[in-house]
Design a protein around this ligand. Structure first.
Ligand SMILES: *Cc1c(COP(=O)(O)O)cnc(C)c1O
Length: 353
């Protein structure tokens, strides 16, 4: 019997480039991008700037490179960056805020990962003879580790307005800002217009094999270009990557609602499984976390048993599993994942009884 196709719910980074992306890669017109002579990179950057209604944009290798480039431009050594406790820049970027920018992160816990000005304000350290001064605020939309939660536009606008009034820039880690845009029914330009800098990923739900972009003012992007080069991110004939990126940027957002519907479906069904706990009302984009403590099995054990049946989902600690929907998982794949999971966690009759 043919083994069933893998259902890979580990991350939306696992998507494979489509046929049309591979064609576009094959046909891409290229040049040396360090000389700014790659027409396909230039086109991608112009389109990103247009879509985000910004002066300029810069193609970077990864979201990490985009975030860390922005942080370097917007801070000095010995200063503080305020971010939410579960933020990607703090948890998943190799300590680069310290290693590269020489800054410290001041983390704040917020319900569902969604900061408010009141939460931030009491943590800001102004010019002072003793303490490292706050120089940057960072928000993440959608919040990855807080379950794909979305900033209400009024909340993020309020934070940025008040930060600016206090003389502080705000960077947005918008790795999944298109998911937020779909969830809120607002354009990415509307969601991001007040931020000083915005990073978003082509390589997540939009489906490109590689790449992220930074968007901002012309002046910011010129500084970012220099920092990108410091990080070894000056690429040459990278138009082959931008060609796939352009398709991701134009076509990717149109189908993200399907990923959200699949995540909502998974959440509703998971909530019915004895021993598993999840609040389906909190699953508003393509990421969901569920507690397995009531099943009597550890999350890593469940993850191993799922993998043995061709369903991939990572445990994030001893009792929690994360699932992420994306373009390479359809409804039938979600149904199969649920079926396998139900079999794993259902109480079996022991031979002795
Ligand atoms: C994936 C991700 C990034 C960037 O990750 P890379 O693997 O470096 O591209 C940044 N922020 C968030 C919230 C992410 O989920």
């Amino acid at each position: 019997m043919m083994p069933a196709a893998l259902v890979d719910l580990r991350s939306d980074t696992v998507t494979k480039p489509s046929e049309s992306m591979r064609q576009a890669i094959y046909n891409a017109v290229v040049g040396d991008d360090v000389y700014r002579e790659d027409p396909t990179i230039n086109r991608l950057q112009e389109r990103a700037a247009e879509i985000f209604e910004r002066e300029a944009a810069l193609f970077v290798v990864s979201g990490t490179m985009g975030n860390q480039t922005a942080i370097k431009v917007l801070t000095h050594h010995g200063q503080e960056v305020i971010c939410e406790e579960r933020s990607h820049i703090y948890n998943f970027e190799m300590g680069m805020v310290a290693a590269f920018s020489g800054a410290v992160t001041r983390t704040i816990h917020a319900e569902d990962g969604i900061l408010t000005w009141d939460l931030i304000n009491s943590h800001i350290r102004r010019r002072n003879d003793h303490r490292a001064r706050t120089s940057l605020i960072e928000l993440e939309n959608t919040s990855n580790l807080a379950g794909g939660s979305v900033y209400p536009l009024a909340t993020s606008d309020d934070i940025v307005d008040r930060a600016h009034a206090a003389g502080l820039p705000v960077h947005l880690d918008g790795a999944r800002i298109f998911n937020a845009s779909v969830a809120l029914g607002k354009t990415v330009a509307q969601l991001t217009r007040k931020f000083d800098s915005v990073m978003f990923c082509l390589s997540k739900g939009l489906g490109a094999p590689v790449g992220s972009l930074l968007a901002g003012s012309k002046e910011f992007i010129e500084e970012a270009r220099i920092v990108r080069k410091m990080l070894g991110g000056g690429m040459r004939q990278a138009g082959v990557l931008a060609a796939a990126g352009l398709i991701a940027l134009e076509e990717g957002p149109k189908r993200l609602h399907l990923d959200h519907a699949n995540a909502a479906f998974l959440a509703r069904e998971l909530a019915q499984i004895p021993g598993i706990s999840i609040d389906p009302a909190k699953v508003v984009t393509n990421i969901l976390f569920f507690e397995v403590i009531g099943t009597g099995l550890s999350a890593p054990e469940i993850s191993r048993r799922l993998a043995a049946e061709g369903v991939l989902a990572n445990s994030t600690d001893a009792t929690v599993i994360r699932m992420v929907t994306h373009l390479d998982v359809d409804r039938a794949g979600c149904e199969r994942a649920l079926k396998v999971l139900r079999e794993i966690v259902s109480p079996r009759k022991s031979l002795a009884s």
